[in-house]
Design a protein around this ligand. Structure first.
Ligand code: NAD
Length: 248
């Protein structure tokens, strides 16, 4: 199995892309920690995974990635349970749509705090556990980091910052054999899109996509498995589009 014996923390894994990554990591032999802010959703996500994979090793931890104490706890408890941490997937995110004129300071800062500062905090913590044996950090970016999107100023800025973090962190952490890469999905049919995008926007983006459709979370997981596995030991600092050709 491609992730046999590896321990992975996947943030934002109670639904959508993160939950699908969690399932594919278990399927490929990883021991995982799932995380989110909602206790009920965490419980349900763990049930979904263990119903599908009876012998799954899944630790679920309630943690807000924008809270430093929660992030420390996420890593300490994972290490206590499994004795190592090999992979961090910074996937937690929010994407509220709001016009520039209506957006408050607090709303803008909240998006940056969860999407970008949360990624920084988790990465800083991961270094402690990966510095001796190396590891893989995978950040979930977005096509809007390169493309922009109306009413998504905070979200686009937060994801463009993820690309900057990915490259700088790859340069800084290569000496520890810690690889840092980003995945930039196009439109993926999850709660986030259903809650924040109107159907016309989704149709327009699908028409602009050479492969003619939005993604399902399952379309992305192979890339996350590849980046977590030893197959990608010489890959770092890349931002890989996985968007049906929307951005090229
Ligand atoms: P989703 O809403 O289903 O999942 C988001 C996850 O993040 C949930 O598990 C949620 O509980 C968690 N989360 C939110 N705030 C958190 C916090 N403060 N601390 C910890 N966890 C928190 O949406 P999704 O589409 O699966 O999004 C996953 C990632 O993919 C996000 O980073 C998103 O920006 C990115 N992305 C999504 C799309 C898309 O079209 N759906 C496109 C590009 C990138």
């Amino acid at each position: 199995m491609r992730l046999e014996g590896k321990v992975a923390i996947i943030t934002g894994s109670t639904s959508g892309i993160g939950l699908e990554i969690a399932k594919s990591y278990v399927k490929n032999g990883a021991y995982i920690t799932i995380c989110g802010t909602n206790e009920e959703k965490l419980k349900k996500a763990k049930e979904i995974i263990t119903n599908e994979y009876n012998d799954a090793k899944v630790l679920s931890i309630k943690a807000d990635v924008s809270n430093t104490d929660d992030v420390i706890k996420l890593f300490v408890e994972t290490n206590k349970e499994y004795g190592r941490i090999d992979i961090l997937i910074n996937n937690a995110g929010i994407a509220p749509s709001k016009s520039l004129e209506e957006m408050t300071d607090e709303e803008f800062i909240k998006v940056l705090n969860i999407n970008t500062v949360g990624t920084f905090k988790c990465t800083r913590e991961a270094i402690k556990y990966m510095k001796e044996n190396g590891g893989s950090i995978i950040n979930t970016s977005s096509f809007v980091s390169l493309y922009g999107s109306p009413s998504q100023a905070a979200y686009s800025a937060s994801k463009a910052a993820i690309n900057g973090l990915t490259k700088s962190n790859a340069k800084e952490l290569g000496k520890y054999k810690i690889r840092v890469n980003a995945v930039a999905p196009g439109v993926v049919m999850t709660e986030m899109v259903k809650d924040n995008c109107n159907p016309e926007t989704i149709n327009r983006l699908n028409m602009m996509t050479p492969l003619g459709r939005g993604a399902e979370p399952n379309d992305l997981v192979g890339l996350y498995v590849y980046l977590g596995s030893d197959e990608s030991l010489f890959t770092t600092g890349t931002i890989i589009n996985i968007d049906g050709g929307l951005v090229m």
